[in-house]
Design a protein around this ligand. Structure first.
Ligand code: ATP
Ligand code: FE2
Length: 343
């Protein structure tokens, strides 16, 4: 039994894995009504819920703590206060139970959990809060073929959600709004396999500012503007167009990577991967080029302890572990910094 702890940002989660089988995946999320993540508050959240999440995880997996063989921890990358809280908790349990710790890179765990879909050698579209990368495994590492040149897709969506007064996380709320919107042209920025979102964010913000003075227009209250055609827009239209434009960029970059490396599978990872429209667009692209698209279920797309335990077990079986006094956090470790000795 390997117990895995997720703590890098908004989620404190614990999963338990035995021989590739995930026995439980319990989590508690930090969220806000308005505004984004405050790292110290998220860390406080983790401190407050950790024992309860641990208790529930053991209960759901129906195991006793002395059956745990080692503890995996997402020690990189992430928000330092949150990582430190997770490290403290992992050390406390490892010390009590006399166990080794397995340092797991959060991003690599998002990718490796894609294996539960049955994909064998895919291109991975990692679309999460802080990260947006197009990745494929080659020669001992997950190589980044394309990525965002500025902010992650999830942070971009959350940022716009915050501007229009929605809380964190904004992704699910924007997805809901988008179902009632129409298309408006927005900046589409893709360079090779790299993408960028800040131009689109500025444009969305300007469009929102131009209409917000006329108390927000909804479908039942369409006002005609004297000055700008744009005043006919609704926030639903902005949400819809944000999704169509930014997701089209991700799908184009993924398709280019698939063509370049000659792979016939695409796996999605990360919290933005829960978006049903993004999944639909990936599915269409794959079908058109005679490839297969795979998506893990939502509980394994968002941050979760199950994916940390899942990769932790594989790493432990390859002899990767540390003593309590050897492990530290690494807030900036990149996906392609990790040497993948277990594949
Ligand atoms: P990273 O993995 O890069 O460190 P993270 O851990 O913060 O980032 P995840 O938990 O993987 O990210 O994903 C969180 C992000 O997913 C948030 O930005 C959230 O708004 C977004 N998200 C969740 N559900 C949806 C959805 N249905 N549509 C779009 N975005 C979504
Ligand atoms: Fe994540």
């Amino acid at each position: 039994m390997i117990l895995g702890i997720e703590c890098t940002a908004h989620t404190f989660g614990i999963g338990i894995v035995n021989d590739g089988k995930i026995l439980c995946n319990v989590r508690d999320n930090y969220s806000t009504e308005k505004g984004g993540i405050i790292p110290m508050d998220a860390a406080k959240h983790h401190r407050e819920v950790s024992e309860e999440v641990y208790r529930k995880a053991l209960e759901e997996a129906r195991i006793k703590e002395d059956e745990i063989k080692a503890i995996a921890l997402s020690n990189a990358p992430g928000l330092a206060p949150c990582l430190n809280e997770g490290l403290k908790f992992a050390k406390k349990k490892a010390d009590k139970l006399g166990l080794k710790l397995i340092p797991v890179n959060h991003c690599v765990a998002h990718l490796e959990i894609g294996r539960i879909t049955g994909a064998r050698d895919p291109v991975l579209l990692y679309a999460s809060g802080a990260n947006t990368q197009i990745i494929a495994y080659s020669g001992g590492k997950y190589r980044v073929f394309g990525e965002t040149l500025d902010i992650g897709i999830g942070n971009f969506i959350d940022n716009f959600a915050r501007i229009i007064g929605l809380g964190f996380p904004g992704g699910p709320k924007i997805m809901e709004l988008a179902t009632k919107g129409n298309y408006i042209e927005l900046p589409y920025t893709i360079k090779g396999m790299d993408v960028a979102f800040s131009g689109m964010l500025t444009s969305l913000k300007q469009k929102y500012d131009s209409i917000k003075s006329d108390d927000f227009l909804d479908s039942s209250n369409l006002k005609k503007s004297k000055k700008f055609e744009e005043k006919d827009m609704k926030k639903e239209d902005l949400a819809f167009s944000l999704q169509e434009t930014s997701f089209a960029m991700l799908v184009e970059a993924s398709e280019r990577a698939m063509a370049h490396v000659g792979k016939k599978e695409l796996v999605i990872g990360g919290g933005v991967g829960c978006n049903t429209r993004l999944q639909e667009m990936c599915g269409i692209m794959c079908k058109e080029r005679n490839a297969k698209f795979f998506a893990p279920s939502n509980e394994f797309l968002q941050d979760n302890g199950g994916m940390i335990a899942y990769l932790g077990e594989t790493m432990f079986n390859s002899g990767i572990w540390k003593d309590i006094n050897e492990i530290d956090i690494n807030p900036r470790e990149r996906t392609d910094d990790v040497i993948v000795v277990w594949r």
